[in-house]
Ligand binder design. Sequence first.
Ligand SMILES: [Zn+2]
Length: 459
Amino acid sequence: MILPMIIRRVIAPAWALWERSPYLRHYRRLQGTQYDPPEVIRRRQWEKIETLLDHAYRTIRFYRQRWREAGLEPGRIGSFDDFRAIPLLTKADLRGRRDDLLSDPYRQAPLHCKKTSGSTGVPLEVLVDEDAQQFKRACTLRSDEWSGWRLGESVAAVWGNPQLRTDWKGRLRNALLDRHYVFLDTLKMDDRAIGDFADALVRKPPSLLFGHAHSLHLLAAFLRAKRPNLAVRPRAVISTCMVLHDWERRAIEEVFQCPVTNRYGCEEVGLIACQCERSTGLHVNADGVYLEILRPDGTPCPPGEPGMIVVTDLVNRAMPIIRYPVGDMGVFGGRTCPCGRGLPLLQKVEGRVADYVVTPRGDLISGISLTENFCMKIPGIAQMQIIQEEVDRFVFRLVKGPDFGSESLDAVRRHTAERFGPTVRYECEYLDHIPPEPSGKYRFCISKVKNPFAQSEGL
Ligand SMILES: [Zn+2]
């Protein structure tokens, strides 16, 4: 453990100095402020919002016009309640409007481009200024360390399209600072690739294993089934980018013998929330974002009620993201965490808005809970993807487990009628595995029927 300490104390600060990056300074401050009382954190958020609104109104024509049309002026927005009058910034607003949303003083500045393939398949781009990028880096470092991993320790990653810099500076940085030494590409996860990756993990155990929730689960399932004697023992596991199902968490924790830290974010704004070591929910990254959870009519959901996640980026000045529905559903916890941090708690992220199923009776069911339920209650199903083609027609894509049989099909029939009503039609398709999306992520439930949340997000 000498090298990580040298990295943390000597190399990382020297590197930051060389890069002229203030991220370690931000990080040290954020370490302290996370324990501020909730009202102090909220007040700080409000101050950031006031500055942000003023900046956006002065320097971005898009916001100026939009808010004038809504009869709003930043000077008159004096509270979080007033803030809710600001129209949502939809994905349609962002799409192809990079120039309109760029702040005038940042037009010539060097900017970081964040691209996302978007759940609807249409790519989006958000430009982030350098100061914001370094602040976000500090926020992510702070929450990643809640997993038990520390800056300077080695990382193994399961990731779609891993992009490692191959120039000398990139290689040096990876060797001395980032310490990502082995990758498993989620788009090429065959038995051989997983096996090689597992061997590398045993040869040189990483301090942190990091990846998409479902890919980590596939890795764990592979090890359990095919290499049960291989002891892969990272010190920490961070699961990110996707909803972590409870059954996936259980399997990952069992195989790697360490707790999973669940992290939630999106490409457009970066880190949104992350679990702490006490695991009662996900702490909102309140220094970087302001989070709202709303009903389809725009009113806030009380703690415990699922709604759409709307995020405001408190730091990016180049292309401010103000009241942006991420496309996911979440639930506020309404409790404080025993860890003592004052950062608000998100009880749960429930998956994509677009993945909610609307039943013929008008009920709204989260795709996550649906697949979880089907997989748990129906014997013989290894994996499943539910596609709602029409309000009363479904396609179930099934990966058979060893004990799949006629009993399983009876259970599917019973369960479908119970969950969706007796009038619903369905067909089963059988696959060897559920293919990932082009981004490397998996979707367990795809609904082609628009629900009220999707409509209010303009999806
Ligand atoms: Zn906590």
